[in-house]
Design a protein around this ligand. Structure first.
Ligand code: PEP
Length: 231
């Protein structure tokens, strides 16, 4: 199982260090990923099943791109896991599929683990499963779904940060359809919390969860990993 925490714009350097040290001090079996903000990246001596990743990057090694972070800055922190295509970047910041693809190809060339996020907005969900899958497959446009270090996260936009997780049936239906073409591990994300982690991890073809809000508390995040360990 893969249990991933997306800090988004939360935690500072000090609280991130406390979080990382706490999680790293535990002897979990599950694969754990933590995506802090850039400003809180640090050099940690992490267990092999725990990795620090980034929520974003600009697809250059270095250059003249004011305000952006390239790969040469990330290598200092031994970053080898990246989030790409998160709904907040697609829908809030207007990142296009073309820009997302550039990041994907760059991270692939860097041999990074890529957590690639897809998911439909509410108005598409209301049109039914065919519209949902058509929308999601479009988000794979140009993406190498056979990349060996790929993890796919299905995160319905309407379930992210809303406290309203998708139903088990909805998650199962989408993951099963993704599984037909995608061999990579499949995560679910969208209002996962301690109380629903077990039932979500029990869904067919669900290989883990990507968690925002409920993962920012280290005790809760730890409980979710323990639930995965005990399955
Ligand atoms: C996310 O940011 O990927 C996410 C799933 O957020 P939340 O858990 O808050 O819905």
């Amino acid at each position: 199982m893969i249990i991933a925490s997306n800090f988004k714009t939360n935690h500072n350097r000090q609280s991130t260090k406390e979080f990382m040290d706490f999680i790293n001090g535990k002897d979990y079996f599950s694969e754990v990923r933590i995506f802090p903000p850039y400003t809180a990246l640090n050099n940690y001596d992490l267990r092999p099943n725990i990795r620090q990743g980034v929520q974003n990057f600009y697809p250059v090694d270095s250059g003249s791109i004011t305000g952006e972070i390239g790969f040469s800055q990330l290598e200092e922190f031994e970053i080898d896991s990246v989030l790409i295509g998160h709904s907040e970047r697609r829908h809030v910041l207007g990142e296009s599929q073309k820009e997302i693809l550039k990041k994907f190809d760059f991270a692939k060339q860097k041999e990074c683990e890529i957590v690639y996020c897809v998911g439909e907005p509410k108005e598409v969900r209301e049109q039914g499963i065919e519209a949902v899958m058509s929308y999601i497959w479009d988000q794979f446009d140009g993406i190498d779904i056979d990349y060996e270090d790929l993890i796919v996260a299905y995160e319905p936009v309407w379930a992210i940060g809303t406290g309203l997780s998708a139903s088990q049936e909805d998650i199962k239906e989408v993951l099963n359809m993704l599984r037909v073409k995608i061999k990579a591990p499949l995560l679910y994300g969208g209002s996962v919390k301690v109380a629903n982690t077990k039932e979500i991890l029990g869904i067919e073809n669900c290989d883990g969860v990507l968690v925002g809000t409920a993962s920012w508390d280290k005790d809760d995040f730890s409980k979710m990993i323990e639930i995965a360990d005990n399955l």
